[in-house]
Write a protein that binds this ligand. Structure first.
Ligand SMILES: [Mg+2]
Length: 231
């Protein structure tokens, strides 16, 4: 049996990014109430998201409620730095608790605003559970996927060993090229509620799944998972 290291993307692979967006918008609703004395901002922002708005939501919200010019900047800062109310998808939780018997290590490669990604990892209790966590935003702009840097860093932790690396991601545009180039096995987790669900598969994806497998993954959890997962 070949030893494998299982490495995961975070957003929309282990939890739903839309849950993070909703959590952030509800926080913005609280901020609007306390800073600007305006109600309904979070609900309005969420409604825009549900109708397909991406990227300029806070500008639209600020205009809709006639908020002061600094509102968008405050919202972005608060959104990125809030402690999110998010949870692992049930299949991801199960999989992490019951990794295949060939697992000798784990990892995470995730892009995005570094402090925000760290808060997500803490909220999901993953920084206690997974090893080799690479938040590319902590390393510099040259590390963002599809850069190979983060994947090479994880490989270096297992130097000299015969290992097959596996990367689970959700975004065909950027997740899989680098690990594929390095000879990793690539698995797309294509969740119907994921933000990149509609993007077509690419040739660099070895396998596409809609959820992590929840059967045939029974084993000695304590041997492989060093920390504590949420109950
Ligand atoms: Mg993702």
């Amino acid at each position: 049996m070949v030893d494998r290291v299982y490495v995961f993307d975070l957003d929309d692979t282990l939890y739903l990014e839309r849950d993070y967006v909703r959590s952030g918008f509800m926080h913005i609703g609280d901020v609007s109430r306390s800073h600007f004395g305006v109600d309904g901002v979070g609900e309005h922002a969420w409604s825009l998201f549900e109708h397909g708005t991406r990227g300029n939501t806070f500008d639209l919200v600020a205009a809709h409620f006639s908020l002061p010019p600094e509102a968008t900047r405050v919202f972005i800062e608060e959104y990125r730095n809030h402690d999110p109310a998010i949870a692992l998808q049930p299949d991801a939780l199960y999989y992490l608790r019951n990794l295949p018997d060939d697992a000798v290590g784990t990892g995470v490669v995730t892009d995005g605003f570094a402090e925000g990604q760290r808060r997500k990892l803490r909220a999901l209790n993953l920084d206690d559970v997974l090893d080799n966590i690479v938040v590319t935003g902590e390393h510099g702009p040259g590390w963002t996927k599809p850069s190979e840097n983060a994947f090479r860093l994880i490989e270096s932790k297992f130097a000299g060993r015969e290992i097959e690396f596996v990367y689970f991601g959700d975004n065909p545009t950027k997740d899989f090229n680098a690990p594929h180039q390095l000879g990793w096995r690539t698995v797309r987790v294509r969740r119907p509620l994921g933000l990149h669900f509609a993007v077509d598969d690419t040739v660099v994806v070895d396998e596409t799944i809609s959820t992590f497998p929840m059967k045939d993954a029974v084993g000695d959890q304590a041997r492989r998972v060093k920390g504590r997962l949420p109950q």
